[in-house]
Design a protein around this ligand. Structure first.
Ligand code: ATP
Ligand code: MN
Ligand code: MN
Length: 300
């Protein structure tokens, strides 16, 4: 048994202390990407990935059988996740439970070792989990919506936010849509934040009902874009910048400047290799100013 285990075990990832087993196992059967390559990817993009990810409660998408097998979301801590993965006790509807977070690349690699592909943080930091520091408008195009329409919608959301004094930043989801992200100064609680987001989405839909919908009704979505504001409820998450997606082609969640968004051709424009190249060559932060924005959420 020991011999067999040794045969599928490769060296630990450089200097982080995580022991990566089965590094040669193919995780993305469509593109032949291995677990070792996934670990190398997350190490390679760490300086871009970590600022948005660390010290926040985290949901994971784990795919122990590969991206074409059964994947599952996990939000609760377990000792088996590794020493770099930490617990935080959070209130639930009834009682409380241990949630999980990481502080550094060691934690990320521990989670990769446990077959995590996607990282989905909350919009709060662990030192105050009742007061969000960012909101996310998740734009979900229905069937028959052209990419140019999705881009126009993102700019529409940006412009309406700007008109009430809020700067916003955009990312490709790696799936079908985009997220428009708004950093806010901590203060308002979850209910106030959620109410603001719902009211904002309603206004978008009222002004252009043929283009937008603010209700999570799949049928009514055909030909329109759902402004999904429900990501901003307590316990909800959105996938983080530079996270891989467990989808065909190994697409990546990519933060872009607004100018770059205009040149994209789809939400899955960046795959693992292209993202890694971008991480190495990026001259400036596409989300310049995001962390310093310090903007106050207007009252609804
Ligand atoms: P797409 O562009 O394809 O919509 P997405 O990541 O925005 O990609 P959504 O289905 O719109 O996917 O979901 C938005 C966010 O909600 C996700 O990024 C994820 O964090 C969270 N989410 C969605 N479904 C689940 C789920 N079943 N369990 C936990 N979190 C989920
Ligand atoms: Mn979405
Ligand atoms: Mn959604």
């Amino acid at each position: 048994k020991t011999a067999r285990k040794a045969a599928v075990t490769t060296a630990s990832t450089r200097g982080t202390g995580t022991r990566l087993t089965s590094a040669d196992r193919v995780v993305y059967p469509d593109s032949g990407i291995t677990k070792g390559e996934i670990a190398a990817y997350y190490e390679g993009v760490a300086s871009w990935l970590l600022p948005e990810l660390v010290k926040r409660p985290l949901s994971l998408l784990r795919c122990p059988e590969g991206t074409d097998g059964t994947c599952f979301f996990q939000k609760h801590h377990a000792q088996s996740l590794g020493k770099g993965v930490h617990a935080i006790e959070l209130r639930e509807v009834e009682g409380s439970d241990q949630y999980l977070y990481v502080r550094d690349i060691r934690g990320v690699l521990d989670l990769v070792q446990m077959n995590t592909i996607e990282f989905h943080p909350w919009g709060v930091r662990i030192d105050d989990t009742e007061h969000p520091d960012r909101i996310v408008f998740d734009l979900d195009p229905g069937d028959d919506v052209a990419w140019s329409e999705v881009k126009a919608a993102a700019k529409d959301v940006r412009d309406r936010l700007a008109s009430i004094g809020l700067g916003s930043w955009v990312r490709l989801s790696g799936g079908k849509g985009v997220h428009v992200v708004v950093p806010i100064r901590r203060g308002p609680g979850w209910d106030e934040v959620k109410d603001f987001c719902g009211a904002f989405a309603d206004v978008m839909a009222e002004h252009a009902p043929h283009r937008y919908i603010a209700k999570a009704n799949k049928q009514a979505r055909t030909g329109r874009i759902f402004i999904d504001w429900l990501r901003n409820a307590r316990g909800a998450t959105s996938v983080t910048n530079w996270s891989l997606r467990a989808r065909v082609g190994a697409p990546v969640v990519m933060p872009l400047s607004w100018a770059e968004l205009g040149r994209t051709r789809g939400a899955a424009d960046y795959d693992l290799r292209k993202a890694l190249r971008r991480a190495r060559t990026l001259a400036s932060d596409p989300w310049e100013g995001f962390h310093k924005a310090g903007q106050r959420l207007p009252r609804t």
